[in-house]
Ligand binder design. Sequence first.
Ligand code: TTP
Ligand code: MG
Length: 551
Amino acid sequence: MNPDYYKDEHYRTIIHVDLDCFYAQVEVMKNPELKNVPFGVQQKNIVVTSNYLAREFGIRKCMLLSDAKQMCPNLVLVNGEDLNDYRSMSYKVTSLLQKYSNSVERLGLDENFIDVANLVDEKLQDNTFQVHSVGNIFGNIETLCQCGCEVRLKVASLIAEEMRKLIYEELGLTSCAGIAHNKLLAKIVCSKHKPNQQTVIFPNSALELMLSLNSVENIPGIGKATSEALRTINIRTIQDLQNIAISELNKLFDSEKAKFLQNLSYGIDKSLVKRSGKPLSIGLEDSCKLISAEKEVKEKLTELLKRLLILVEADGRIPKTIKLTVRKFDKLTKTSRRETRQSNINPHLFTSGKVALMNSGNVDKILITLMGLFRKIVQVRRPFHITLLGLSFNKFNERPDIRRSLALFLRKDLEVQSITSIENLNSNDSSPESAAPSPSSYRESSDQECEPTPKRTKLNMFKRNLMEYDKCESPCKLRVQDLQLNSEKHDNNQNISCPPSVDESVFKELPLDVQHELWSEYKRTRNELVNFGNRAKRVKGNTLLNYFVKK
Ligand code: TTP
Ligand code: MG
């Protein structure tokens, strides 16, 4: 392999985080008594995972229930068929990791790749930063590459430690991490020391790590079908794949895939960390014993809807449509059939934070829509039998963002460096769902009633966002210090009051720094009027003060 190839690629710095016995950890949170007993999480007749105590008895992931019971007769079993708690915890973990980088790629429910190259650059610019590695090191460290990757990966190991600590402190979950210059190596090395540990690999040990896998089917990225195809030409081990002539692989795969597979066997992976979006839909379904009365349907839907609203609240987006799924059972033919119908919903129900979202009035409004959909699927005047009901929200708008709203307003006429930094918080986001929402995209989906005039819309939106903002602990919070536009530093003890042109109720809800800013801007323009009389004009354009001026 061309050594220059490695050199070019070493700049990349990737962390792979994998939660320990994920479903089992979530189950312990729900029932702490499980903590000290060996237990498995069961789906149908399979134990999909178990805690580490059970693993000491030989329990492995995806073991048949009968085998597991034989191996560990005292094994406690917990049903893990409802994935909702796992899913919502999974997104919380990804959200935490997104604090470190825009490039976070989810893999399944409990794994994330994080490209931390930029963060490493930042840390290295700080001369006081003490570079050392933490956790385990895979392979030998005697012949390390001199291109600078060693220092970068060491810094990344410190970042990985911080990430894992944060996940533990915020969510109570332990995890493992792998640190490498590509995704493939980061993922493989992550599993070398478990649980609750981390491992870094330097590029010189890539081959050693790959050879430790024994069989090609253990290489992430090589699935069952590919490994079976490889077996037809007698490729079983990593060395087999390294040594085969590419022309032989080309007989089975197109040239791109052939090269990709052989690269993997050398530990080469050029794939980028792709930023993951939020799920396309958020849904729940429950199979039930025969339901044959509308009243029961309504009760079941109410229960499902309340659970679903909690998930939507955690997701943070504003749903635009709701879909109902019904499985009808035909007693004559003894067959079942699923049918779905969907309807738009008023996004205003979701724009005022948790209290409004969960209030019974809103639940009732959505239920009216749902019962309407139900009657389109089922002729309720005739006998019917339902064996499953499902609900999902499908299309979403991003929740309007205070930073975006202010920055959009301010950026046109005013050249202020600090506002650029507000915009930049989202500038690397390339995926559509990550694009910060504009007020216009919000208006598109709202009805006239809740969006009376453009100016009031802005104020209302601001108030609503403020409530959201106050609750949120994200590091992306509006940086109030960034809003100190063109102004002298304010004295925190000075007396401030609401400028006459600003709505007092809005003013009171603003963060103190913004209140200061508005007050000093008002004083400045007032002084200009006093000093220059009629020659002075009110400052035109997008100033912070004008943003809040009552129309
Ligand atoms: P894994 O990360 O493979 O397993 P794990 O987190 O339970 O254990 P480890 O400490 O070894 O990482 O998978 C994450 C979850 O996905 C796991 O808790 C259960 C579920 N799962 C399945 O539903 N089916 C499967 O085949 C596997 C492997 C896991
Ligand atoms: Mg895991």
